[in-house]
Write a protein that binds this ligand. Structure first.
Ligand code: ZN
Length: 430
C-alpha cells in the first residue's frame, strides 16, 4: 500500500485547536496528520431543534424513562446517567455552542491543509442508551446529521456511540424491550416474548451449573456446543443478539441514506465496538457495508470496553453460578469472549482497576489489541476502509509501534489517534 493512502487522524477538541494552532501544524508535519476529528460544538437551527424529543426543554425523569432503554424486567436503564442526559438538547446532542467560532475552527484546519470530520453522538451515553426504535429519536438524529453534513464543509461524519451500552454494563445487554422495540422486532421477523423467555431460561441454566466443575472445564477448554449445553441455550437468545444488530443496521442504513441524499460527497462512517464482543453492543461487522462508508475499530478503550467487561461478567457469573471462584470465573469469561490464552490477569485485583491510566502496563496490550484488529479484518467487508482508533499516550511506545505496523500488515487503512504524548513532544502549558 502506498504511503499516501495511509490515513493519520486524531480526535481533538475545538478548544485545543484554537489555543494551539502550532500543535496541529506540527502533528501534520511530524507525524503526517491529515485528518482531524472534532466534536460538534456549534448550534442547531430552529427547524432541527423543533424535532428534539426533549421538546425544547430539560426533560423530567419520568420523560427520560420513556426515552431510554427498557430492561426485560421492565425498569428503565439507567437513571444514574440522567443528570448527563439532561445536559443535552435532545438525545446525545449538544448544540448550544458558538456557531461562528466552530466554523472558524473548521476553516483554520482546512487552511492548514487538513480534512475535517465531525463526530456526533447516537444512542448511547456511558451506561444509558436511548431506545433505538422510537420514531421521534430517529427523526432527531436524521435531522441533526443532515444539518452537520450540509452546513460546515466536513469531509465525513464519524458518528460515535451508534451502539447499545458497553458490555461492561451487563444491564444494558438486556434491553430494549419497550413497545416500540416489540413492534420493530416483529417487523424484523423476531418474537419479543420468546426472546425474553429464552433469556430468562438461559439465566436459570447458569444457576444449575456447579462452579467448581465449570472452572475445571474452562481450564480444559470449551467451545460453542459447550455453551449451548451448559446454559440450555435456546434460539431466542441468539435471536436477541441478532435482533439488536438488525435494528441498529436498519437505523444506520437510514441515517447514511439521509446524509448521502443531503450531501452526496460527505462520507458517513462510525466507530465499531471491539470485534470479539461487538455483537453484545449491536455491532455486526459483516454488515458494515450496508450502513457505513468506513469503519473505525474502537480498540483504545481497554479499560471501559474490555477489561471492565471481564471483571463485571466474572462478578455476574459468580453471582449466578454457585461455587464459582473469582479466578475460575475470569477464565470462563476469557474463553467465552475469545480473549483466552494471552495471559490476562488471574485475579480482579491484578487489573488495578483504580488506576486505569496505567492499565496498559499490566495487561498483554499488544496481543489484546491485535486480536480484535485481526478479527475486524475477517468480518468487515474486504473493500471497507478501516481506521483503528488507538492511544498515542498512556501506552508503551514500543507497543504502539508494533500495533501500528501490524495494523498495516493486516490491511487496515490508517490510525485515528487519541492523545499524542508518546508520538511527539509538545508543551501545552507554553
Ligand atoms: Zn425500545
Amino acid at each position: 500500500m502506498a504511503n499516501d493512502s495511509w490515513k493519520t487522524g486524531i480526535y481533538l477538541t475545538p478548544d485545543i485547536i484554537q489555543k494551539h494552532p502550532v500543535y496541529v501544524e506540527r502533528l501534520r508535519d511530524e507525524i503526517g496528520l491529515d485528518t482531524v476529528v472534532i466534536p460538534f460544538t456549534g448550534e442547531l437551527p430552529e427547524d432541527v431543534m423543533s424535532l428534539s424529543p426533549y421538546g425544547g426543554r430539560t426533560p423530567t425523569d419520568a420523560e427520560l424513562d420513556e426515552l431510554v432503554l427498557r430492561h426485560f424486567d421492565g425498569r428503565p436503564v439507567d437513571p444514574r446517567e440522567y443528570e448527563q442526559a439532561k445536559k443535552f438538547c435532545g438525545p446525545a446532542v449538544t448544540a448550544n455552542g458558538d456557531d461562528k467560532a466552530f466554523r472558524a475552527i473548521v476553516e483554520q484546519l482546512q487552511n492548514a491543509g487538513l480534512k475535517v470530520w465531525t463526530y456526533g453522538g447516537a444512542w448511547t451515553i456511558r451506561r444509558l442508551t436511548y431506545c433505538p426504535s422510537r420514531p421521534d429519536t430517529q427523526r432527531w438524529f436524521e435531522a441533526a446529521y443532515a444539518h452537520w453534513a450540509t452546513q460546515y464543509g466536513f469531509d465525513a461524519l464519524d458518528i460515535t456511540h451508534t451502539r447499545y451500552s458497553m458490555a461492561s454494563f451487563p444491564l444494558g445487554l438486556f434491553g430494549c424491550t419497550c413497545s416500540f422495540c416489540e413492534t420493530a422486532a416483529g417487523e424484523l421477523g423476531y418474537d419479543m416474548k420468546k426472546m425474553i423467555a429464552d433469556l430468562k431460561s438461559a439465566r436459570e441454566g447458569l444457576h444449575q451449573l456447579d462452579g467448581v466443575r465449570l472452572g475445571q472445564v474452562a481450564r480444559l477448554g470449551f467451545g460453542f456446543f459447550d455453551v449451548v449445553q451448559a446454559m440450555g441455550l435456546k434460539s431466542g437468545v441468539l435471536d436477541w443478539v441478532r435482533f439488536r444488530c438488525d435494528l441498529l443496521s436498519r437505523n444506520l442504513n437510514r441515517f447514511r441514506t439521509v446524509v448521502h441524499e443531503a450531501a452526496p460527497d460527505v462520507r458517513f462512517g462510525t466507530d465499531t465496538y471491539p470485534s470479539s464482543m461487538s455483537l453484545t453492543a449491536g455491532h455486526d461487522h459483516r454488515r458494515w457495508g450496508e450502513m457505513a462508508d468506513f469503519a473505525s475499530p474502537l480498540v483504545s478503550h481497554i479499560s471501559a470496553f474490555t477489561c471492565n467487561t471481564f471483571i463485571e461478567w466474572a462478578r455476574f457469573l459468580q453471582e449466578e453460578v454457585p461455587n464459582l471462584s473469582e479466578e475460575d470465573a475470569l477464565q470462563v469469561v476469557y474463553r467465552f469472549t475469545g480473549y483466552d490464552g494471552m495471559g490476562l490477569p488471574e485475579t480482579v485485583e491484578a487489573y488495578g482497576a483504580d488506576e486505569a491510566a496505567t492499565l496498559a502496563y499490566r495487561i498483554p496490550l499488544v496481543d489484546l489489541i491485535l486480536r480484535d484488529l485481526t478479527k475486524a479484518k475477517l468480518y468487515l467487508p474486504p473493500d471497507m476502509p478501516s481506521y483503528p482508533i488507538i492511544h498515542g499516550e498512556g501506552w508503551p511506545r514500543d507497543g504502539i509501534d508494533t500495533i501500528v505496523s501490524e495494523a498495516k500488515n493486516l490491511g487496515h487503512n490508517g490510525i485515528i489517534w487519541q492523545g499524542t504524548d508518546e508520538l511527539m513532544d509538545y508543551d501545552f502549558t507554553a
